[in-house]
Design a protein around this ligand. Structure first.
Ligand code: BES
Ligand code: ZN
Length: 619
């Protein structure tokens, strides 16, 4: 009876939970902002901040131009996280007067709403505030964490919802604002922003910026450090610490060609200059497409341009993402899927079809391995993120599955037609945000109706709303990998020694394919043979090192552990360290090593990377 009752209750709870999760999702609603742009819209912001490295604090004010969407609106609601609000004022007939404000209760994923009383005829609102040393969107680096070791460094990372931790604002990709900014820094340092920068501005400690195109909040970015600038081409250049500038210029010298090729294929570049900012190795991402100034990890400076698809990717976002933007974080795949597709195409134009094929296969394999352990709801392109932190849904799905869908469309309608379609899509939605459903409606009109034999709505919906890769999807292949498969198989079967494999012409991609497709268990003697022959533990290519270290961990290959420790302590890029910590945690001795090394590495990691690794190493 008790059992019956409890199963009955459980059943009821399960039913209630189902009903709750089935509550209709409104695709147009951004569930990750507490702000009220539908009543009062901010259209321009004027930022004035002092950068205090001792206190690890930004302090100053932001002034908003506002447009009333609802003439009865009585308040402006902004997103904040961990901000101290000092005062709010409203400008009425050209005069500032104090106005009331209130911070709402803390939501762990979203932060706190800041409700500011809006007097009837106010046309601007000003907020004085300061950030917290723990701000999720800021990383404050000590001199020891930089290349030059002399000066501190600060950078922001706003995507997805961290802009609110350094500016109180309407933190949703549905709102676009232009901005101007003044940053006040120590005199020895240079400040840069995702805006018009003056490449060789004198180091006065006061820097001003202007972003004339309206951008979503997640693209507002700043960095402060000992930065030099060097031009690469007419519109492209590098900002980096002095000791890094030349190697970065050499590595990324094809950026100008990439920019021209992308313009030719997909329409004019709308942003003036395209520069790269090289960050210290604790930058938690590979790159971030901050407009006019992509932020780039130094871990891709390999000396041979083998990892520059990252630059093609961040550049491509200037079209897909920065020009045409996802409406909510559920639609992230519109940004990343289109960008990943464009990346492959740019790489093909600049480096040829062999490289295109190899990178396509590696991307496809990354997707397969992500899908192997992702819960089904996270395998959809449009992921229901209500009540979740958008950072937690990060995987290869929006990137590689999104790109695969576009490759399928390309294969079905033919490359010329698909290129024309994509160019038109970018032009039609320029400087707008769109939902997955708006995308579907657009594709229906421009592809499904025109090519009813080739493309169907049912198929598109399967891609977007169902988990996994649809049956019959394109499967990338590379001839350059066939030989690698044969070599690996012969070596594993004991028919060929490592010294007998002809690796002289192998590219980094072939190395990655060779290593990534090893069986998970290898014998100690096999590992020693590979390492002796190919010097893998000593590899200075961070991707090859990553693939090799993963093999070393799975097989507890001790000679690589010193390198592993050094790698984990010096690199903070999430994509490179997360799989290593995860693999370490699979064995008791590995877990012990992980905990010891993480204790040492953690203070140098970005808050986002700390959050991810905390959950893995100290769950
Ligand atoms: N915009 C992303 C980074 C991002 C996505 C930050 C979502 C926060 C939330 C950036 O363009 C990106 O995709 N970076 C990749 C590199 C790329 C080559 C796949 C990365 O950092 O690994
Ligand atoms: Zn991206």
């Amino acid at each position: 009876m008790i059992r019956l009752l409890s199963t009955g209750l459980l059943g009821l709870f399960a039913l209630l939970a189902q009903v709750a999760s089935a509550t209709t999702l409104d695709p147009a609603q951004d569930y990750h902002s507490l702000s009220n742009p539908h009543q009062v819209l901010t259209t321009h912001l004027n930022l004035d901040l002092a950068v205090d490295f001792k206190k690890r604090e930004l302090a100053g004010h932001v002034i908003f131009d506002i447009t009333r969407k609802d003439s009865e609106a009585k308040e402006l609601v902004l997103d904040t996280r961990d901000l101290t609000i000092i005062a709010a004022s409203a400008r009425i007939d050209g005069k500032w007067q104090k106005t009331g404000f209130k911070l709402g209760k803390v939501d762990p994923a979203m932060g706190q709403a800041l409700r500011i009383a809006l007097p009837k005829s106010a046309d601007q609102i000003k907020v004085q505030y300061r950030t917290s040393p723990q701000a999720s969107g800021l990383q404050w680096l000590t001199p020891a964490q930089t290349a030059g070791k002399q000066h501190p460094f600060l950078f922001t990372q706003a995507q997805a919802i961290h802009a609110r931790s350094f500016i109180p604002l309407q933190d949703t990709p549905q709102v676009r604002t232009t901005y101007v900014a003044t940053l006040r820094t120590p005199k020895a340092l240079r400040a840069v922003m995702s805006a018009e920068n003056t490449p060789n501005a004198p180091k006065t400690g006061v820097y001003t910026f202007k972003m004339p195109q309206a951008i979503p909040s997640y693209l507002i970015a700043l960095a402060v450090g000992d930065l030099d600038f060097k031009a690469m081409g007419e519109r492209t250049g590098i900002y980096a610490e002095p000791s890094m500038v030349d190697s970065a210029v050499a590595e990324f010298e094809d950026t100008e060609a990439m920019l021209e090729a992308t313009e030719k294929a997909y329409g004019p570049y709308s942003w003036g200059r395209y520069d790269l900012l090289i960050l210290p190795p604790s930058f938690p991402f590979g790159g971030m497409e901050n407009p006019r100034l992509s932020f780039i990890t130094p871990t891709v400076i390999a000396g041979d341009k083998s990892l520059v698809s990252l630059i093609a990717h961040e550049l491509a976002h200037s079209w897909s993402g920065n020009t045409v933007t996802n409406a909510t974080w559920r639609d992230l795949w519109l940004n990343e899927g289109h960008t990943t597709y464009l990346t492959y195409r740019i790489m093909e134009i600049i480096y040829g079809t062999d490289r295109f094929n190899m990178e396509s296969v590696l991307g496809y394999q990354d997707l397969q391995s992500d899908l192997a352990d992702l819960p089904l709801p996270y395998q959809q392109l449009a992921i229901d993120l209500r009540g979740k932190d958008p950072d937690d849904a990060f995987s290869d799905v929006p990137y590689e599955k999104g790109a695969l869908l576009l490759k399928e469309l390309e294969a079905r309608v033919g490359r010329p037609a698909f290129d024309a379609y994509l160019k038109q899509y970018i032009a039609d939605f320029a400087f707008q945000s769109l939902t997955s459903e708006e995308w579907l409606a657009y594709v229906q009109k421009h592809l499904v109706d025109k090519y009813p034999e080739q493309v169907s709505m049912a198929r598109l919906k399967q891609w977007i709303y169902q988990p996994g890769i649809p049956e019959g999807a394109p499967k990338p292949e590379s001839d350059a990998f066939t030989k690698v498969d044969q070599d690996r198989a012969a070596w594993l079967a004991g028919e060929r020694r490592a010294s007998q494999i002809d690796v002289a012409q192998w590219t980094v991609h072939q190395w990655l394919y060779f290593l990534n497709n090893m069986p998970s268990a290898l014998k100690a003697a096999q590992l020693a043979e590979l390492d002796k022959q190919f010097k893998l533990t000593a590899s200075r290519n961070n991707e090859i090192a990553h693939s090799w270290l993963l093999i070393a961990i799975r097989n507890q290959y001790q000679p690589a552990y010193e390198r592993l420790e050094d790698y984990l302590v010096h690199i903070g890029r999430r994509k490179l360290i997360t799989p290593l910590y995860k693999a370490l945690m699979d064995s008791p001795t590995g877990a012990k090593f992980a905990k010891r090394v993480y204790a040492k590495a953690r203070p140098g990691y970005h808050p986002l990377a700390q959050g991810t690794m905390d959950a893995i190493v100290n769950p």
